[in-house]
Design a protein around this ligand. Structure first.
Ligand SMILES: Nc1nc(=O)c2c([nH]1)NC[C@@H]1CN(c3ccc(C(=O)N[C@@H](CCC(=O)O)C(=O)O)cc3)CN21
Ligand SMILES: CC(C)C(=O)C(=O)O
Ligand SMILES: [Mg+2]
Length: 263
């Protein structure tokens, strides 16, 4: 695989070619995912749940994310490395810039931040300083206590319109990529069609420009209740490498996600 950059993702979008993304937390699995052709690796704050055993992503610290970023950076190969800003990194613009700086020094090539239209100023400041930003909308796990659980977002027309407007606002502020989590497939498609920037979906249907899943879910080792949008690709493969390859190929061929994985 040729080195994946932001321009690669933009070119995929223009060409109507989809791309695959997967979370990674260490060098060995990052290497396997990259070898399988997965274009984007995310050091997700989901590590608080799948690695640390918490029931939310809130306890994850900047040091935790930096540590896993350094590990993944050594194995990432040609894949693009995106990293989550942890809970409260967006408390102030100053903190946002400092925390993003720490992630970039650890090896991140793009940072991801949860937040609606009010994040526009922070995203503009990051982008002015040369930090590519992915804006995470829809189900934002860092606000789980306000949302009342990990629930589908944008189900009614007003809510859906709001998410589309937020995505537009953040793209205009300088977000290079939008990520939509747990929204109806119709909204995933509408946002992707309305914006020029690549849109990555998880539980957002087959109409987004890229797809992402948590690595543990792809390998069928999800602890607790399984979200509807996950699929165990190891069940149809001989080994971990094969599962990653299968996931990548199914995304590229638009065989995944199927109707049953969406809302
Ligand atoms: N293993 C794992 N996979 C993930 O995708 C993931 C994490 N952990 N941790 C961080 C967040 C939390 N996420 C979640 C967790 C649960 C649901 C879930 O159970 N959703 C219901 C929606 C029910 C509804 O509102 O209709 C579902 O049935 O999928 C969704 C996203 C996504 N992220
Ligand atoms: C589920 C993805 C999008 C994420 O934010 C994470 O892994 O933390
Ligand atoms: Mg996250």
């Amino acid at each position: 695989m040729k080195t994946v950059t932001l321009s690669t993702l933009q070119a995929f979008k223009r060409a109507g070619e989809t791309f695959s993304c997967l979370t990674a937390y260490d060098a060995t699995f990052a290497h396997a995912a990259s070898e399988a052709g997965i274009e984007v690796l995310l050091v997700g704050d989901s590590l608080g749940m799948v690695l640390q055993g918490h029931t939310s992503t809130l306890p994850v610290t900047l040091d935790d994310v930096c540590y896993h970023t350094r590990c993944v950076a050594r194995g990432k190969g040609a894949s693009l490395l995106m990293v989550d800003l942890p809970f409260m990194s967006n408390a102030t613009t100053e903190r946002l810039l400092e925390d993003a700086g720490a992630l970039m020094r650890a090896g991140a090539e793009m940072v991801k931040v949860e937040g609606e239209a009010w994040m526009a100023d922070g995203i503009r400041e990051l982008s002015r300083r040369g930090v590519p930003v992915c804006a995470h909308l829809g189900l934002t796990p860092q606000t789980v206590h306000q949302l009342g659980g990990y629930k589908v977002q944008g189900r009614d027309a007003g809510q859906a319109e709001r998410i589309l407007e937020d995505a537009r606002t953040l793209a205009e502020a300088g977000a290079s990529v939008i990520l939509l989590e747990c929204v109806p497939a119709s909204l995933g498609r509408a946002v992707s069609e309305a914006l020029d920037v690549p849109v990555i979906g998880i539980g957002a249907g087959a109409g987004t420009d890229g797809q992402i899943l948590v690595m543990h879910d792809v390998l069928g080792v999800t602890a607790g209740r399984k979200p509807r949008f996950v699929k165990n690709f190891l069940a149809e493969a001989d080994d971990v490498q094969g599962a990653f390859r299968r996931y990548h190929e199914d995304v590229k061929a638009r065989r995944f996600p199927a109707e049953e994985h969406g809302f």
